[in-house]
Design a binder for this molecule. Structure first.
Ligand code: GTP
Ligand code: MG
Length: 264
């Protein structure tokens, strides 16, 4: 049977992260899984534009909105014919394109209440095999810092404390490329990024202090990424989750889909 009610607007998931992290690989994988088109050869080129696609949650992954339905609900039995759909937006991770694409889309998608309703979560893809290189670590941490900062600023503008940002737009830091033996496990990715984001934070706040020193202005508190009240070091606990995976072959992608399902 058909449900008469108009379906709600599709929820959006934004894929962010540095170039080469595997966003497009994940995007293509989700797309091909949904459409039953054979999986295309992995793209090895850098994305230059954003792309949007609609994909379906596998019937075996529970969407939060279905969790409390009665087992007698016939729409649940029919889930394979009527799967939960959502939209994924792939963005280019190149340093020169972040501001004009990933970050500005994040700002746009959190701007109005309506847009925010549709942006369920951010998946930040990290190349876990690259983080032992200093430059890649710094680049990744800087981008993640900027993403979290956009989200914090949005929440603080609305008068919420930093801790509540978690409830606003959840961020999954995906430690990708776990199939490579050089890949750091998710726990180390977390530690490395925390430490490096802490450095970015210090660097930014020093820049702010230098800038305001001559003008006699104080403040700038809001201009720094932080945890709640006066916590010294940056930690992910309040803001993010992280899961290791392999976007290319799809092993572990189920864990990401389960995470996505929590917000659908
Ligand atoms: P930009 O578009 O530049 O932002 O990069 P991206 O995040 O879209 O990366 P992309 O998906 O293009 O992947 C970059 C490279 O990593 C490609 O050669 C992929 O085939 C490869 N790759 C992606 N995911 C994995 C993975 O899980 N394991 C391995 N070994 N390689 C992967
Ligand atoms: Mg790409």
């Amino acid at each position: 049977f058909f449900r008469a009610a108009a379906s709600p607007p599709l929820r959006n998931f934004l894929l962010l992260g540095p170039s080469g992290g595997g966003k497009t690989a994940l995007f293509s994988l989700l797309e091909s899984k949904s459409s039953r088109i054979p999986k295309p050869e992995p793209l090895t080129h850098t994305s230059q534009t954003s792309t949007l696609t609609t994909v379906a949650l596998p019937a075996t992954v529970t969407a939060a909105s279905n969790r409390y339905r009665s087992v007698n609900d016939s729409s649940l039995l029919d889930i394979s014919k009527n799967p939960v759909r959502y939209r994924v937006r792939d963005t280019p991770g190149h340093g020169k394109l972040r501001e004009s694409q990933g970050l500005s889309q994040l700002r746009e998608m959190t701007q109005s209440k309506e847009a925010r309703e549709r942006l369920r979560a951010v998946v930040f893809m990290v190349d876990a095999a690259a983080l032992s290189e200093e430059e890649a670590l710094r680049d990744t941490a800087t981008y993640l810092h900027d993403v979290l900062f956009v989200l914090q600023k949005r929440a603080l503008d609305k008068g919420k404390s930093a801790a509540k940002v978690a409830a606003e737009v959840p961020v999954l830091v995906a430690a990708n490329k776990q199939d490579l033996f050089t890949a750091l496990p998710a726990g180390s990715v977390r530690e490395k990024l925390e430490a490096e984001i802490e450095r970015v934070r210090k660097f930014r706040s020093k820049g702010l202090m230098d800038a305001s020193a001559g003008s006699g202005e104080t403040g700038g508190e809001d201009e720094i990424l932080g945890n709640d009240e006066g916590q010294e070091k940056f930690t992910f606990k309040l803001l993010e989750d992280e899961v290791g995976s392999n976007a290319e072959r799809g092993s572990g992608v189920r864990k990401w889909e389960e995470w996505i399902g929590m917000w659908l």
